[in-house]
Design a protein around this ligand. Sequence first.
Ligand code: 17E
Ligand code: FE2
Length: 430
Amino acid sequence: MDLLIRDARLHPTRGSRPEPVDVGVTADRIVAIQPCGTLRAEGAIELQAGGRLLSPPLVDPHVHLDAVLTVGEPRHNESGTLIEGILTWSDRKQTLTHEDVKRRARQAILWEVAQGTGLIRSHVDVCDPNLVALRALLELRDEVRDLVDLRLIAFPQDGILSFPNGRELMREAMRLGCDVIGGIPHYEWTRDDGVAEVHFLFELATETGKGIDLHCDETDDDQSRFLEVVAADTMRNGMQGRVVAGHTTAMGSYNDAYAFKLLQILKRAGVTIVANPLDNVALQGRFDSYPKRRGMTRVKELDHAGVNVACGHDSIMDPWYPLGRGSMLDALSMLVHVGQMTGRSELFRAYEMVTTNAARAAEVDYGVEEGKPANFIVLDCEDEAEAIRLRPAARWVVRLGRVVAETEPSHSIVHAAGGDEPVSYTKEEG
Ligand code: 17E
Ligand code: FE2
């Protein structure tokens, strides 16, 4: 045995307090999970988890690494709308260089890894005749392989039919080595073009054998209804379980009768929905007065209907969202607020949206079990609900049996009249 984590509480705890365990790792595999104190491992590196939560790595199923850390370049998005974001990015895109993209993306990846993310799916804008960002991120994907599993999605930010040579750029991106096919039907000039775009994505999927992860209906327009086309094409092409739709914020504006129908076909099609609450709570509703829409898709209702739902970070300091630090727990905290998933069991359910559900959408071998790859994190908290509340330090981040990041939790002391008092953010018992 090479690595031994002692006294950890295993995800998923689902609200109960499981007995602490020891987790043993040999090379890149989990080889043993046993009651705390029963694993012996001479010569192994031992880490004392002290009853903390041991979880499979966090997963960011939706981020735009080509745009991270460009906020303010060449100007800030003052209206806060999606469209000003797209137009600002369109200008910044003109000055992209290979090194510029790699440097920013690498920085954001380190932020995500340090906070417990082990798998990232990044959209890359391919509406660029030279595919500068894509070539840079393809290189970076290999360079960071020992830190994180990075997957790239060919994302046509300015449309496929509405952008010169759009179809050929998508094909070229897939030939160069993109992992997944992206899309943006609601951004095409006409409804018909949007439908044609969706059909094209499925043709490309048939040609390449790759899955689809498109931006879909990211608007407050209740007439934007491309998700139904995605669900139908998924079933007709036998792609159940291989299709992901991101944002889908228009669902927040559909009437309930239509939304109910949509939930049924999404479930049958096995389409995963990725909500991006950080961006969308800020970007949507900008044309509203009051009452003002919340801007997030119907997370709770989708989940209740049996649809696989995950949560993405989307932006880290870019033209769409000036904030963010690459914390999936920040994104999840926003999701449970905007989606009102504050019930006790809902908090535990929500945690799946940045772990198991997001991993399922990525079709990876995932989970803390004997025989699985040794990918896991130890968070400085007791359980999943506390992880969302505290967004704590990732004490250790383990990838393929190696500790790739560690964080010392911070400590505060209040200088009170009666003497120094250490502060703990957990509820005192009794
Ligand atoms: N592009 C887009 O169409 N929508 C977004 N939310 C971002 C980029 C971040
Ligand atoms: Fe996005």
